[in-house]
Ligand binder design. Structure first.
Ligand SMILES: Nc1ncnc2c1ncn2[C@@H]1O[C@H](COP(=O)(O)OP(=O)(O)OP(=O)(O)O)[C@@H](O)[C@H]1O
Length: 305
């Protein structure tokens, strides 16, 4: 289990992290989302010991990180970190050896991961001669080649074609299913929603929402979509429990005070009084909508996901 506990970090006048706290459990795929500059990369760098925190602690399986436990983490840095002129397999074997693997184990792992990631034909090519997407596959192989217990990946999906997204997703799921804590940052919220067991939303250096996507959806405002084609404008005004109404999605979207039977029944009755009701359903927000709500009061740092 990887625990990031109350980490703070300043760069001059900039507060990059302000009490960042999150836990990635064994066998969990954790999505780390937030606007540009919110603090994701800084958190990951500190988790890897590439950068020192001003305050707080990172623990792996309950113990503060040290040089030995850091070697158990496979890291894919945002700035990528490959040697452009080295051949793919030489590089992977070198990185595995650096992390203490024997020459035979390093060779075996380099072969296995290049095969798995569709790079078998490119093993002897210099990294700089590969397309950016293929370089990214090599970067993933580099994070995996020493058989790490934990994976920390900074925007592993950015710039990948759909096939490569599938391969990356599959490998992350496999590591998760094998019991590893896996955390990655991404701006691709649909992908995070599809893939992750839990999601953390970071804003201005701290976590502002966390949970399974289903939990975050259930915790958000209660909305229903009502398609009552003969309903006059303003039909829901004054109905008990209706906080807000807007026209969208081929009907009216109502924000309700609660999801009690009384409130829902009252709204349905009011809709029926206008004529036929073609649709009446609870609407749960997407992760992108939850994200926008979570960062909404910080438009300066929360504009883009
Ligand atoms: N080495 C540094 N020196 C000065 N400021 C830095 C440094 N690294 C990060 N920062 C600042 O810390 C804040 C957090 O940056 P960080 O890179 O962690 O954000 P991020 O969430 O990873 O953003 P992105 O989605 O753009 O990758 C930003 O304000 C950034 O400008």
């Amino acid at each position: 289990m990887l625990e990031i506990d109350g980490i703070s970090k300043r760069f001059g006048a900039t507060i990059a992290l302000d009490g960042m706290t999150l836990t990635v459990r064994p066998g969990e795929l954790y999505g780390f989302v937030g606007a540009n500059g919110a603090g994701k990369t800084t958190t990951m760098r500190i988790a890897l010991g590439v950068l020192a925190a001003d305050a707080g602690e990172v623990r792996l399986d309950g113990r503060p990180l040290d040089a030995a436990s850091r070697r158990r983490i496979g890291y894919m840095p945002e700035e990528r970190g490959l040697y452009p002129r080295m051949a793919v397999d030489t590089q992977l074997r070198y990185l595995a050896a650096l992390r203490g693997r024997s020459a035979a184990a390093a060779r075996e792992a380099a072969n296995r991961w290049t095969e798995r990631l569709g790079l078998a034909e490119r093993r002897t090519d210099e990294v700089q001669r590969l397309s950016l997407g293929n370089q990214q596959r090599v970067q993933l192989a580099a994070a995996l080649v020493a058989e790490p217990d934990v994976l920390v990946l900074d925007e592993p999906f950015s710039g990948l074609d759909p096939m490569a997204v599938d391969v990356m997703s599959e490998v992350l799921r496999e590591r998760r299913d094998a019991g590893a804590p896996v955390v990655f940052s991404s701006h691709q919220l649909e992908l995070v929603e599809r893939l992750c067991d839990r999601v953390g939303i970071v804003r201005a250096g701290r976590l502002v929402a966390e949970g399974a996507v289903a939990e975050l959806r259930d915790a958000s405002a209660v909305e229903v979509v009502v398609d009552a084609p003969h309903a006059p404008p303003g039909w829901a005004d004054g109905v008990a429990g209706v906080a807000r109404a807007r026209d969208a999605e081929g009907g009216t979207v109502l924000t309700l005070a609660d999801a009690s039977d009384a409130t829902l029944g009252g709204v349905l009755d009011a809709a029926r009084r206008t004529g036929p009701v073609h649709e009446f359903r609870r609407r749960r927000p997407t992760l992108a909508e939850i994200y926008r709500d979570a960062v909404a009061d910080h438009p300066d740092r929360g504009a883009a996901a």
